[in-house]
Design a protein around this ligand. Structure first.
Ligand code: NZQ
Ligand code: ZN
Length: 387
């Protein structure tokens, strides 16, 4: 097992009616800026519940944070928060609203150009405290220090991380997610699944407990995903899914193990270039990456196949291929394509282009061993585009 530090300060308020608990978490009279997206929270009653829980505070609002949150929009919120002296930010929505709010929180006290936080990795020395009400299980943003911000006029989508932007608390009420369209639920299942794979499908590190944690999350997603997609109002299935997605990327399963994240880095480029939903980029990259990198990942692919999919028959080569194929079939069964060829407007030169873009950003050695270089990136995307 590798050395690790584990610290996750986010308080989780889980279950029906928990939005009301916010009133206990934020002191009376606090100047709270509530941030949200394109309006889903207004039509499903979440907005009203949040406002009722904030009666004791001075409330400001900023709506319109788009999926793949845009720097220019977020900077409008930064100006508002600075002018109004916001003391606490409450993000209400999916991963995009939460990520965007983390950026706002870090940008408010930042001296200089806040884009440097994502582009140059400028140090975040402090942030305005934030909390969240999560309405879309997928990213894990509700209990982690990460955020991914887009600047579409420059074709960029970049991540940052800071311990200062862990939410102080996150409300996870599964009922707030009942209004999600099936596409977003399917995306969430795939995103959470790939988060686990990025921290699991590498090479053995004698981290037995972590492996079992990861496998249990994958098995739970395979079991509960289709159920919660078919019956969005089945509370118990949805509650299981919500908690599973949080556990997939809150730092726990990543303790003491090598991590990959190449699928995510390649996927972010596809979103930046073509606007493909985050989870959908992962589904068109991951299976092909597993095939291209199967020598490096062989031991874990075999373990994954056996423990998660029950694959015990055949040669090693056959079992590895069967494990990858089952993964593809699972994503496809949720309605999430595993071939880039299925998206219109993707240029034939994309594999080379993405490899070059990553190289330019200093990401020419991705993966758990730094072995996913430009040639591998090209091959992964060429396979996905050809299939
Ligand atoms: O904007 P509104 O009107 O709220 O609609 C949203 C949006 O259109 C809608 N939605 C959310 N909750 C709803 C709802 N519709 C009906 N009922 C509800 N309860 O869903 C749409 C998509 O929302 P978005 O927040 O974009 O989706 P998601 O949660 O999948 O977030 C994706 C973003 O998170 C980043 C991705 O790159 C992408 O930008 N990620 C963040 C990570 C992190 N912070 O750790 C890790 C991930 O790997 C990922 O990169
Ligand atoms: Zn993701």
């Amino acid at each position: 097992m590798l050395n690790f530090e584990f610290w996750n300060p986010t308080k989780i308020l889980f279950g029906k009616g928990q939005i009301a608990s916010i009133s206990r978490e934020i002191p009376a009279g606090t100047r709270v800026l509530v941030t949200y997206g394109g309006g889903s929270i207004r039509s499903n009653g979440v907005y009203d519940q949040v406002m009722a829980a904030l009666k004791h505070c001075a409330v400001l609002e900023f709506g319109g944070i788009q999926p793949n949150p845009e720097y220019r929009t977020l900077m409008e919120a930064v100006r508002l928060a600075r002018a109004e002296k916001a003391e606490f930010l409450l993000a209400v929505g999916g991963g995009s609203v939460l990520d965007g709010t983390k950026f706002i929180a870090a940008a408010i006290p930042f001296e200089g150009e806040p884009w440097d936080i994502v582009e140059k990795g400028a140090e975040v020395k402090s942030a305005v405290p934030l909390g969240s009400v999560l309405t879309l299980p997928a990213t894990g943003s509700e209990a982690n220090p990460y955020a991914v911000i887009s600047r579409s006029e420059r074709g960029e989508k970049l991540a940052f991380s800071s311990r200062h932007v862990y939410p102080k608390f996150s409300v996870l009420d599964p009922e707030t997610t009942f209004t999600l369209p099936p596409r977003q639920v399917a995306n969430g299942i795939v995103d959470a699944y790939v988060h686990v794979m990025e921290q699991y499908l590498t090479f053995p590190a004698h981290a037995e407990l972590n492996d079992r944690f990861a496998e249990s999350i994958l098995s739970t997603l395979i079991e509960t995903g289709p159920k919660t997609l078919a019956d969005p109002k089945d509370y118990d299935a949805r509650a299981t899914f919500v908690w599973t997605a949080t556990m997939a990327l809150n730092g726990l399963i990543g303790c003491g193990v090598p991590q990959d994240w190449a699928t995510h880095m390649i996927g972010h480029e596809l979103t930046a270039l073509y606007g493909i939903d985050h989870a959908r980029t992962l589904a068109v990259v991951a299976p092909h990456l597993y095939r291209v990198m199967k020598r490096d990942k062989a031991a874990k692919l075999l373990q994954y196949g056996e423990r998660v999919w029950g694959i015990r028959e055949g040669t090693e080569e056959e079992r590895i291929e069967a494990a990858i194929r089952r993964t593809e079939e699972f994503f496809e069964s949720l309605g999430v394509p595993t071939r880039l060829a299925r998206y219109e407007g993707v240029k034939p030169e994309t594999p080379k282009l993405v490899a070059e873009r990553l190289e330019k950003r200093g990401m020419a050695k991705l993966g758990e061993r730094g072995a996913v270089g430009p040639a591998a990136v090209e091959e992964i995307l060429a396979r996905s585009l050809a299939a």
